[in-house]
Design a protein. Structure first.
Length: 65
């Protein structure tokens, strides 16, 4: 499984990621990833969120576990 993160310095809290994948992202006063690891059935939604992010604030990260 993959992991994803939001680079808070880049995030403008537009809510695109939450609109696409509300089970993964939560945007309120802060930007938050709700899941520790992303299952294969959610990878496509996360990829759509990455592509939709206007500031490129969402990134895949290495899962070293």
């Amino acid at each position: 499984m993959k992991k994803v993160k939001i680079v808070e310095e880049k995030c403008i809290f537009c809510g695109q990621c939450q609109a696409i994948a509300p089970e993964v992202f939560k945007i309120e006063e802060t930007a938050e990833v709700l899941l520790e690891t992303i299952s294969s059935d959610l990878e496509a939604k996360v990829e759509q969120s990455i592509e939709a992010c206007p500031t490129e604030a969402i990134e895949w990260v290495e899962d070293n576990s």
